[in-house]
Design a protein around this ligand. Structure first.
Ligand SMILES: C[S@@+](CC[C@H](N)C(=O)[O-])C[C@H]1O[C@@H](n2cnc3c(N)ncnc32)[C@H](O)[C@@H]1O
Length: 215
């Protein structure tokens, strides 16, 4: 998977096309949910965005936080996120940092960020142990909140994917889980689900949760 995310064509697609041109409605829905969660959270000093990808959410996160740390395990994605930030002359360079690192072992001090933001990665991990480890890492890096997306098993999109894969005898690289399973994993990591929203209820597998880190 790492090679894939270092590929310049893939990076360019994430930066300029995938969500902004090909799936603008998906991007609008996700941004709407993120705004809704930040209205609940309020202004924060610092957000860690992991994986940042090409920086799709950086502008929105900077509307809600004083400082932003953009992190991804792909060097190429992290570079692109920085380039996209620098392209916008309105951005204050003092407010954002860019760094390479894995969500399985986040290179940062404990409780460094008020909010840890993790969009579109959790569903790439098939094993429960890895997912719970990710949650524990996000909890360690965060101080108060985690915004995390996952794929809901009981959705039209997921059923359609299962049927398509069965017909083509293909194994998908995306793994959906039930809400009950998600709650179990969150509890095992010592976190609390504050609320969650789907991109489109019953239809979309993409679901975004607001998790609370207990004191
Ligand atoms: C689907 S993209 C999502 C990017 C961004 N969050 C967004 O929603 O546009 C997945 C990203 O996860 C990164 N990634 C994959 N495995 C990772 C890991 N173990 N640690 C950190 N980043 C990872 C990839 O390099 C890629 O940029």
């Amino acid at each position: 998977m790492k090679e894939y995310y270092e590929n310049p064509d893939v990076v360019a697609d994430y930066s300029d096309a995938r969500f902004l041109v090909k799936r603008p409605r998906t991007h609008r829905r996700e941004s709407g949910i993120v705004d809704h969660f930040f209205r609940m959270i309020g202004w924060v000093d610092r957000v860690l965005d992991i994986p940042c990808g090409a920086g799709r959410f950086q502008k929105q996160l900077l509307r809600n936080a004083g400082a932003l740390l953009e992190m991804d395990y792909s060097h190429a994605m992290t570079r692109k996120s920085r380039e996209n930030f620098q392209k916008d002359r309105e951005n204050d360079p003092a407010r954002a940092r860019f760094s390479v690192g894995s969500i399985l072992d986040i290179p940062c001090a404990d409780k460094r960020s008020d909010v840890v933001f993790s969009m579109r990665l959790y569903h790439h991990f098939p094993h429960i142990e890895d997912r719970v480890n990710i949650l524990r890492e996000l909890k360690r890096a965060g101080r108060k909140w985690i915004i995390l997306s996952f794929y809901n098993f009981w959705s039209y999109q997921h059923m359609r994917r299962l049927m398509k894969n069965a017909r083509s005898h293909r194994q998908s690289r995306r793994y959906a889980i039930t809400l009950r399973q998600f709650y179990r994993e969150v509890e095992e990591a010592g976190l609390r689900v504050r609320c969650f929203r789907s991109n489109a209820r019953f239809f979309s597998e993409q679901t975004i949760a607001l998790l609370e880190i207990p004191d």
